[in-house]
Design a protein around this ligand. Structure first.
Ligand code: ZN
Length: 276
C-alpha cells in the first residue's frame, strides 16, 4: 500500500473509532440520570445512581448496564434479545445525536428504542384501560383547510400540549412540506412492536406516526446480510420542530422508523448530548 494511502486509512480508522465513541457515549452516568427527573417533573422526584424515586412513592432500581460493548459484532437477533431485557440504566445508555442533518446511525445505535417497559407503564398506565383514562384530543393541522384531524394522545407530562405546539409550527411550514404531515398514520394504539413481544410506545399514547407514504422502516428491508443501510425521505425541517418540543425521531436509529416520533425529552437534554 502506498504510504499516503496507508496514512489515509489510519486516519479513517481513527476518525471512525472516534465516531463510535461520539454516538455511543454512556449517558447512564449519574448527572445524566438526573435529566430524567428534569424531563418528567410531574412524575419523578429524585434520582440517585442506583434508583429512581417517583412522586407516587415507587422506587425503581436502575439495574445493571447490560448494553453489549462491541455493537458492530452483535447480530440483530442478539440485539432484539437485549432490547427485550433492557434495564432502566440501559434505557439511558445511548446518547441521542440531534444534529442538523439525517446521518446514518452506527450499527445498533438506537437511542430511545431501548425501553424499560415498567417505566412507561408506571408513567402512562399499566393497562390499555389506564392509558385511555388520560387520552385527550389534539387538533392536528387545525388551520390547514382539508387537512385538519383530531388525534388522541395522553395528557400526562403535557404530551398533548407539546404535540399541539408541534402541529401549530408544522402547519406554518411552506406548502411543499404538507404532504409529509397530512393524514398521520396514528398516535394511540395498545400493541406490541411488529415481530416482538415488547409494547410499542404508541401503547402509552405518547407517540405519533406521520404520513405512511414517505416512511422507511428497517423491517421492510430484512435481509440475509443483517445490515440495514440508512434510508430517509422525511425533511429535517419537520424533525427539528418535533425535537424542539421534546419528541425524538425514529430516523436517528440504526433500526430506522422514519415516520415515528415519541415524547422523550430526557434524551434531548443539553447535558447529556453526544460528544463530538
Ligand atoms: Zn410509530
Amino acid at each position: 500500500m502506498p504510504r499516503s494511502l496507508k496514512l489515509l486509512s489510519i486516519l479513517w480508522v481513527l476518525s471512525s473509532a472516534n465516531a463510535v465513541f461520539a454516538q455511543s457515549r454512556d449517558i447512564s452516568a449519574p448527572e445524566c440520570l438526573q435529566s430524567l427527573v428534569r424531563a418528567y417533573p410531574d412524575a419523578l422526584l429524585h434520582a440517585t445512581s442506583d434508583s429512581l424515586y417517583w412522586r407516587n412513592g415507587a422506587v425503581m432500581p436502575f439495574g445493571r448496564l447490560t448494553l453489549p460493548s462491541a455493537l458492530g459484532d452483535v447480530s440483530t437477533e442478539e440485539w432484539e434479545r437485549f432490547l427485550s431485557q433492557a434495564t432502566l440504566r440501559d434505557q439511558m445508555a445511548q446518547c441521542y445525536k440531534h444534529d442538523d442533518s439525517a446521518t446514518a446511525p452506527l450499527r445498533h445505535n438506537d437511542p430511545g428504542r431501548i425501553r424499560f417497559e415498567p417505566f412507561f407503564r408506571m408513567m402512562y398506565g399499566a393497562t390499555e384501560n389506564e392509558v385511555r383514562q388520560n387520552l385527550v384530543p389534539v387538533r392536528w393541522l387545525k388551520n390547514l383547510p382539508n387537512a385538519a384531524s383530531t388525534l388522541m394522545v395522553t395528557r400526562i407530562n403535557g404530551v398533548n400540549t407539546k404535540l399541539q405546539a408541534v402541529s401549530d409550527e408544522l402547519e406554518r411550514l411552506p406548502k411543499e412540506f404538507h404532504p409529509y404531515i397530512i393524514q398521520p398514520a396514528g398516535t394511540f394504539k395498545w400493541r406490541v412492536i411488529a415481530g416482538t413481544e415488547r409494547l410499542s410506545n404508541h401503547s402509552f399514547a405518547a407517540a405519533i406516526d406521520i404520513n405512511l407514504r414517505f416512511t422507511d422502516y428497517w423491517r421492510w428491508d430484512l435481509n440475509k446480510s443483517d445490515r440495514y443501510p440508512f434510508k430517509n425521505r422525511i425533511p429535517m425541517a419537520i424533525v427539528h420542530i418535533f425535537e424542539k418540543h421534546g419528541f425524538i425521531w425514529g430516523g436517528r436509529w440504526y433500526h430506522y422508523d422514519t415516520m415515528h416520533f415519541e415524547y422523550r425529552p430526557e434524551l434531548l437534554a443539553k447535558e447529556c448530548e453526544c460528544e463530538d
